[in-house]
Design a binder for this molecule. Structure first.
Ligand code: ADE
Ligand code: ZN
Length: 338
């Protein structure tokens, strides 16, 4: 029996390189943690909360996302959150996940940096043992806050650098260009932390240029607006800078009016290194394989396209070369059986 392209892509081993752990907080867990921690959520029920997931743009989402994070207080809460994500990822044949976390969202509420890190790391450790999912943590600076706050967060991270595998930049993009964080990223590079940044999600191609030239990032998160600038496309293509694209997120946040109008296929056809990711799966309608199915329905990629996307997800990961090569060999073996 021949399997559909969607089934082949869903079953292939892959890495997820763009997922915010706070964005994996499903309404059911949010309510369970709210009760456990005696925190009041401004919604009457799980259904009412889910019904609030109608967004006009990035900011309207972030308002709900930061409100949801208020239920996360204790080490066990961060553990439960990450464990739930890893179970979903494993079910989608994700063998490696590079997970963003936003310490400032928690330290601003009095939750110690170590509580966040300890809970996430313990879940990741158990996830490797119980589910076989490998993972890395990427600390994101919130770009709507001043650079001084990012420096203070980096200071808190210093005793734990062996447990943090990279730094990123997220939150409200418009009006907060990468140049605002040039000095803190320079310091991160001195500390030999791999750097990535959200750019070109809502913001203009100029923000992608800044992320490359000023922050010297190795990956661009989203980057879909790169296609508006031919010179930029050439730069990204020549340097093989990966774009971690999040299709359902882009439709939910109205970067594209619907999936048929998403430019993923055009990014691939332009020769760019593209991966497919879930961003904030609890809010945007699903995990990696939900993204794959939605893209496949609308854009009809080939099995070769999906194989290339999975290969890129491994090549673009932060792990060492022998590990990447092993995953790519597993991917080749999977497609040899198809
Ligand atoms: N934080 C969580 N999700 C985000 C996104 N899609 N863009 C920017 N910041 C985010
Ligand atoms: Zn994101």
């Amino acid at each position: 029996m021949t399997r559909s392209v969607a089934a082949i892509a869903c079953g292939m081993p892959k890495a997820e390189l763009h997922v915010h752990i706070e964005g994996t907080l499903e309404p059911e867990l949010a309510f369970a943690l709210a009760e456990r921690n005696a925190v009041r959520l401004p919604y009457a029920s799980v259904d009412a909360l889910r019904a609030a997931y109608e967004f006009q743009d990035l900011q309207s989402f972030l308002d709900v996302y930061y409100a949801g994070a208020s239920v996360l207080l204790h080490e066990q809460d961060f553990y439960d959150l990450a464990q739930a994500y890893l179970r979903r990822a494993a079910a989608d044949h994700v063998v490696h996940a590079e997970i963003f976390f936003d310490p400032q969202t928690h330290t601003a509420r009095g939750v110690p940096f170590e509580v966040v890190l300890d809970g996430l790391e313990r879940a990741l450790h158990d996830g490797l043992r119980a589910l076989g999912v490998s993972s890395r943590l990427i600390l994101c600076f919130l770009r709507h806050l001043p650079e001084a706050d990012a420096f203070a967060t980096l200071e808190q991270a210093l005793p734990h650098l062996g447990r943090i595998h990279g730094v990123g930049l997220d939150s409200s993009e418009r009006g907060h260009p990468p140049s605002k964080f040039e000095r803190v990223f320079a310091r991160c590079r001195e500390l030999e932390l791999p750097c990535v940044a959200h750019a070109g999600e809502e913001g203009p191609p100029a923000y992608i240029w800044e992320a490359l030239d000023l922050l010297q990032v190795r990956r661009i998160d989203h980057g879909v607006r790169a296609l508006e600038d031919e010179r930029l496309v050439e730069r990204l293509r020549a340097a093989r800078i990966p774009l971690t694209v999040c299709p359902l997120s882009n439709v939910k946040l109205r970067v594209f009016p619907d999936m048929r109008r998403h430019n993923l296929k055009r990014l691939l056809d332009a020769g760019l290194a593209v991966t497919v990711n879930s961003d904030d799966p609890a809010y945007f309608g699903g995990y990696v394989n939900d993204n794959i199915r939605a893209v496949q329905d609308a854009l009809d990629l080939s099995a070769a396209d999906w194989r290339r996307i999975a290969r890129t997800s491994f090549e673009a990961s932060l792990v060492d070369e022998p590990t990447r090569a092993r995953w790519i060999a597993d991917l080749d073996a999977y497609f040899a059986r198809k």
